[in-house]
Design a protein around this ligand. Structure first.
Ligand SMILES: [Fe+2]
Length: 223
């Protein structure tokens, strides 16, 4: 029996298993996020470098706040203060900060000016639902001109195999639960004022022309 226990212990302590354990273990207590780089956005021609850099800095603020909130939640939970007004208030804010981070990541990553294939699955699926791809595009672009700040997004309800063009108010209101965001257009003024002033339609057209469709197709494919 002792031999069996020692053999099991030796097996557990092998470098391979240790390595596996490290991979499976969380990186840290809070699961902190790291701000990403988006060279196809900052190095593209749609926006001036200054405007793109400022936008990236704004995004980095969301990442920082998501991390700060997670740390504060852990502290309050450890102190037995998860029933306080502070905890409840910060919990209400978390989705706003998180979506501010994630929606910007989706948005920045979809720049790169690469076309959608004529026979791509995404094109065909949109055409099947909307009649034609162009009909969907017309409806999406019309939505981008809605008044107010937020995001226009194409989301996919995978279980129902159905697309929706949605308006996301601020960052956190209007995201249908369980859907996957395939395409987003940032419609906060900071996204277009520096380079396009109040010409929101011209901004949307320029951003549309710079879309990297293979990135969006991968999202549709669930990759
Ligand atoms: Fe933004």
């Amino acid at each position: 029996m002792t031999k069996l226990i020692l053999a099991a212990a030796a097996l557990f302590l092998t470098p391979a298993l240790h390595a596996q354990f490290k991979v499976l273990a969380p990186a840290n207590t809070y699961g902190l996020y790291a701000a990403k780089e988006f060279p196809s956005f900052t190095g593209g021609t749609t926006f001036s470098f200054g405007a793109a850099s400022l936008h990236l800095k704004l995004y980095q603020g969301y990442v920082k706040n998501v991390n700060a909130l997670q740390q504060r939640f852990k502290e309050l939970e450890d102190e037995g203060k998860a029933d306080t007004a502070e905890y409840a208030g910060l919990k209400r804010r978390f989705g706003w900060e998180f979506n501010g981070m994630r929606l910007h990541e989706l948005y920045f990553a979809q720049f790169g000016a690469a076309p959608l294939g004529a026979s791509s699955d995404l094109r065909q699926a949109l055409a099947a639902q909307y009649g034609t791809f162009e009909a969907w595009q017309k409806a999406y672009l019309a939505l981008t001109q809605a008044r107010g700040i937020g995001w226009a997004a194409l989301v996919y309800d995978r279980p129902a195999r159905r697309f929706h063009n949605v308006w996301i108010n601020e960052h956190d209101a209007g995201v249908p639960a369980g859907t996957e965001v395939l395409l987003v257009t940032d419609l906060f003024e900071h996204a277009f004022l520096p380079d396009f002033q109040l010409e929101k339609a011209r901004y949307v057209q320029a951003a549309w022309a710079a879309l990297n469709w293979p990135v969006i197709e991968k999202r549709f494919a669930g990759k």
